[in-house]
Design a protein around this ligand. Structure first.
Ligand SMILES: CC(C)(COP(=O)(O)OP(=O)(O)OC[C@H]1O[C@@H](n2cnc3c(N)ncnc32)[C@H](O)[C@@H]1OP(=O)(O)O)[C@@H](O)C(=O)NCCC(=O)NCCS
Length: 333
């Protein structure tokens, strides 16, 4: 497996001709090849030297949720155990453990279909950052997904690592959050009705998300539907948007939210904000819209931080029409 990377172009070695040449800048592919070749023979070893620690790499499964929680708490991520249970259930990944089972580093992938994977949950415990374990685990998960389109949400501390692995920026994601203040509901468009989701709406939600997200993530959507309150928007009787609200981190998150303009996104968001008055709500905004951002800020959800969406392979998500305004989470997209 690893031999197909040695001394060659890692990006073109996965199953013959690669589409990366058509979809990625050549400088990014050169960085990717250098990254993948850096420690090629070790990439698939289950051992890792991190400073003075000898760590073993184990697959992530339900038994690793508490260890992942230790890691996310160490980097001040707000995930609760139930958030990580969802993440572990929906993805695959690796965690590096030292001799006494302390978690040092993690990475996960969320494959959707056979040609796309979202990468996430990259964490190294702070005292062992910059010793190479993040690169090593990223290389391993990228090797497993070579030939596919990959996407991730890069924090400031991860950006350089992903850039060196060949990822290129797609756009910003603004993390809005805060205690919800009373809002003046946006004026509803005459031909648009927002109502609770019904079972028969599921296919329409899958279809809208497929276009907006750029990959069929029906399993994840169905799980999110089961865990969330969901509303849909009908325009002239046709479903044109949806939004979900669920428990996440310090409170609740609104997302995914798919809409084809700011007015519709606000109309979908408003009922959730009204019912959550006084409570902590988060919204990861993946569309550059001053109007929608101002709407969130007026509701008490100020802009707290940003991450950068990055891709390796095709740009698959919609940049016009029905778009993902709100992410399910930064790791899941
Ligand atoms: C991003 C992260 C997982 C990298 O893990 P790591 O084990 O430190 O990775 P590596 O040791 O392989 O270092 C990778 C690169 O990141 C740089 N780096 C490591 N820690 C860093 C930090 N805290 N701030 C800035 N850069 C950092 C390293 O210098 C290295 O760059 P180089 O190859 O140009 O020298 C780790 O910094 C982390 O857990 N950060 C906090 C959580 C987070 O934001 N995760 C990213 C989610 S997208």
């Amino acid at each position: 497996m690893m031999s197909n990377m040695q001394g060659g172009k890692a990006h073109s070695s996965a199953g013959g001709a690669s589409h990366y040449e058509q979809t990625m800048p050549s400088e990014a592919l050169a960085r990717h090849d250098a990254f993948m070749n850096r420690e090629a023979p070790a990439t698939h070893s289950d051992w890792l030297q991190v400073d003075s620690y000898k760590a073993r790499i184990e697959p992530v499964d339900a038994s690793k949720v508490a260890l992942l929680h230790e890691l996310t708490v160490s980097v001040f991520w707000p995930h609760r155990v139930h958030d990580l249970e969802l993440i572990v259930e929906q993805g695959r990944g690796f965690v590096a453990l030292d001799e006494i089972n302390r978690p040092l580093s993690s990475v996960m992938q969320f494959p959707h279909g056979d040609d796309f994977a979202m990468l996430g949950m990259m964490v190294t415990t702070p005292r062992l950052q910059s010793y190479g374990s993040g690169s090593r685990l990223l290389r391993r998960v990228m090797q497993d997904n070579l030939g596919k389109d990959m996407r991730l949400s890069a924090t400031r501390s991860g950006y350089r690592l992903y850039e060196s692995a060949g990822f290129v920026p797609v756009g910003r994601v603004w993390q809005h959050q805060g205690l919800v203040r009373p809002i003046r509901p946006p004026t509803a468009a005459e031909n648009v009705v927002v109502r609770p989701m019904q079972a028969a709406d599921r296919a329409a939600i899958h279809g809208l998300d497929l276009g907006a997200y750029g990959a069929a993530r029906t399993g994840l959507l169905d799980r999110l539907i089961a865990l969330s309150e969901c509303v849909v928007a009908e325009r002239d009787g046709v479903i044109c948007g949806f939004a979900m609200l669920r428990q996440f981190g310090k409170g609740q998150v609104i997302g995914p939210l798919v809409a084809d303009d700011d007015a519709l996104a606000m109309q979908l968001c408003a009922p959730f904000l009204q019912q959550s008055e006084g409570r902590f709500v988060r919204f990861d905004l993946a569309v550059q819209s001053e109007r929608f951002a101002a709407f969130l800020a007026a509701a008490g959800l100020g802009s707290y931080d940003t991450v950068t969406e990055m891709r390796f392979g095709r740009l698959r998500r919609a940049m016009s029409g029905a778009q993902t305004y709100g992410l399910a989470s930064q790791s899941l997209g």
